[in-house]
Design a protein around this ligand. Sequence first.
Ligand code: SF4
Length: 112
Amino acid sequence: MARQEFETKVENYGVQRNRILMFGINVGQVIKGHINEITKQEQELSEQRMKICRQCPLFTDSMGGICDSKKCYNTETNELSTYPKQGSICGCHCRLQAKTTLKNAKCVLNKW
Ligand code: SF4
């Protein structure tokens, strides 16, 4: 195997490994958020964040409130679209009743 081919494989392995690790971290956070929701942990934090979310253009009132991935918003132009456009950010598609209970979770628009 040529050196460059070997280095490319090692680099690709690193990228794949990082993706798998990030997927594991995200799944763990999703599970923790749903456990928090069911066991009513971090309710005050969640309600503060939910008040912000309910006013947000990416919010959709379904399943208790989701950050809608079918909506994209440009914070500079205030343009709302149904597909990603340059400069826009789309919803993360999280169920907000769960996500808002996670202390280290972040809003995709940096509103909380
Ligand atoms: S998480 Fe952020 S972007 Fe998503 S609905 Fe809530 S305030 Fe909006």
